[in-house]
Design a protein around this ligand. Structure first.
Ligand SMILES: NC(=O)c1ccc[n+]([C@@H]2O[C@H](COP(=O)([O-])OP(=O)(O)OC[C@H]3O[C@@H](n4cnc5c(N)ncnc54)[C@H](OP(=O)(O)O)[C@@H]3O)[C@@H](O)[C@H]2O)c1
Length: 277
């Protein structure tokens, strides 16, 4: 059974492949249990997804020990004031049926809530033992620096959209320089990579699927953990079976050249920050 290596950041050891659970219809308890049985030890959920209850049920059904699983959830942008934040964390723990999560993230930034207040609430959740580690998602580099400066506890990851069609080289470099793991969401560009000729050609040569080639490209950057989602047992298993082959420098360059100006998928008007390009 393949296990993903762990990436370290400020005391956290994050399995480099996690299981994404953003769609209620595709993230039922049996999918989560299937992922854990296939070797995943990192699960990505969020209060907003409505999948925390299924994630908890799947974790218990799998028989994998709680402390062998790296569990991440997120606080939504509507809950970033101190008291709301604490309530959201409590609700997450109840829905998941756990005493703590391994990683708690701010899901999206929110202009009208002082960042210092949110970072104080995030650090407090860690100090209370409700989460082992903390981080942010969908922040640009300047906002990440503000968050790191204002947060009394170290951040371990920035979670952002990251796949071959989106140029995230600046953000990857920023995470590397700051000793953070970049957690790549929508790492398969939500299905958009499936007819890509370059990924298909490299896949034919290496005996892997387009998805495995795309995920391996992320893995070989050494600072990226990816959280692909699938509701199909064979594809769930495929997406962690990445550690018995290697892309050449030329393959890495060719996949890096697939980036395109309209490659970004998650860009909600009014909420998205000015992205680093
Ligand atoms: N922080 C944030 O704001 C944020 C935003 C978006 C996502 N996320 C996280 O990132 C996770 C993953 O992103 P995502 O759900 O947007 O999309 P994704 O993982 O990039 O793509 C999922 C799609 O790819 C298909 N797929 C998966 N494995 C495949 C394979 N081996 N071969 C062919 N097709 C495959 C799935 O279909 P099948 O089910 O049919 O396999 C599904 O339609 C989410 O579930 C969530 O946990 C976070």
């Amino acid at each position: 059974m393949p296990f993903a290596p762990k990436l370290t950041a400020h005391g956290a050891a994050i399995p480099a492949i996690g299981f994404g659970t953003s769609r209620v219809e595709d993230a039922r308890a049996e999918h989560v249990a299937t992922a854990l049985e296939a070797g995943y030890r990192h699960i990505d959920t969020a209060r907003k997804y409505g999948t925390e209850r299924a994630v908890g049920e799947g974790m218990r059904a799998s028989g994998v020990r709680r402390d062998d699983i790296f569990l991440c959830t997120k606080v939504s942008h509507e809950y970033l004031h101190g008291a709301d934040f604490a309530r959201s964390v409590d609700e997450s723990l109840v829905a998941l049926g756990v005493d703590y999560v391994d990683l708690l993230l701010v899901h999206w930034p929110e202009k009208n809530t002082p960042l210092a207040e949110t970072m104080g609430a995030l650090a407090k959740a860690k100090r209370q033992g409700l989460t082992r580690h903390i981080g942010v998602a969908n922040f640009n580099i300047a906002m990440l620096d503000d968050a790191m400066r204002l947060c009394p506890e170290p951040l371990v990851t920035l979670q952002v959209e990251c796949h071959p069609y989106l140029d995230q080289s600046k953000v990857i470099a920023a995470c590397r320089e700051r000793g953070l793991v970049l957690t790549a969401y929508s790492p398969l560009a939500r299905g958009r990579l499936k007819d890509d000729a370059v990924l298909a050609e490299i896949g034919r040569r290496t005996g892997k699927s387009f998805a495995q080639v795309a995920l391996r490209w992320l893995m070989q950057q050494k600072v990226i953990a990816a959280v692909p989602r699938s509701s199909n047992a064979a594809r769930i298993a495929q997406n962690i079976d990445l550690f018995d082959f290697e892309l050449s420098d030329d393959d890495m360059r060719r996949i890096g050249a697939l980036k395109r100006p309209n490659g970004r998928i998650a860009d909600p008007a009014g909420r998205a920050p000015k992205w680093d390009m």
